[in-house]
Design a protein around this ligand. Structure first.
Ligand code: TZP
Ligand code: MG
Length: 213
């Protein structure tokens, strides 16, 4: 069951996002340090497929379960159903949520929204949170749209005062404060954790912003 605070530090990762390739080790460290949600986003050149992807998803789900952190699958809703993940995150061009909602009773559903046109054409009936971005430039998504900056978050929050928002794209623990002040409930990141040389320190620096507010 979704809770808004789960969005505070939402780590997204696939095997190809990790230099050296040890996603399990990275996730273990990130969970121990206090991430609040995890999304398995296995895509792009060299990504695992088939049984190897399934086996990795099961291992990562197990790690999340141990830390009581929701495990979300990006795009691949059939995999999410098959392994009884805590939820699925879909993009604008992925499966229509209405058609699969019956497979996700009481599960978490996230949707990517990069601008107001996308917001307007999205049916948010079953959506628990929206991922809004990119806020800043990102090198983790090849087809990312133009960054909308803090203004995108501020305007989205005014546009919908209630929907849980997690900001994405180029976020680090050095630039997250204005994003949260602009009305995001949390931030999501790939590279600032996957490529961190000190995951514990970097995760704690993010969480610090919630402790002081
Ligand atoms: N959607 C919009 S930007 C992005 C996704 C998946 C990539 C975010 O990666 P990073 O490394 O945190 O900029
Ligand atoms: Mg997608």
């Amino acid at each position: 069951m979704f809770e808004r605070r789960m969005l505070q530090l939402y780590f997204i990762c696939g095997t190809t996002d990790v230099p050296g390739g040890n996603i399990e080790q990275v996730l273990k460290e990130a969970l121990t340090a206090g991430i609040t949600m995890f999304q398995f986003r296995e895509k792009g050149d060299g990504a695992l497929t088939g049984d190897a992807k399934l086996a990795m998803a099961l291992k990562l789900k197990e790690l999340c379960l141990h830390h009581q952190v929701p495990f979300i699958v990006n795009d691949d809703w059939e995999l999410a159903v098959r392994i009884a993940a805590d939820g699925v995150h879909l993009g604008q061009d992925d499966q229509d949520i209405k058609e699969i909602i019956n497979y996700f009773p009481d599960k978490i559903i996230g949707l990517s929204v990069s601008d107001f046109q996308e917001y307007d054409r999205s049916d948010l009936t079953h959506v628990d949170y929206i991922g809004v971005g990119p806020v800043y430039e990102t090198s983790s998504k090849s087809d990312a749209k133009k960054p909308g900056g803090i203004e995108l978050i501020r305007k989205m929050r005014l546009y919908d005062e209630d929907i849980p928002i997690v900001a994405i794209g180029g976020v680090t623990n050095k630039n997250c404060e204005p994003i949260l002040k602009a009305g995001a409930d949390g931030v999501s990141t790939i590279s600032s954790i996957a490529r961190s040389s000190n995951i514990e320190q970097d995760v704690k620096a993010y969480l610090h912003y919630y402790q002081k507010n």
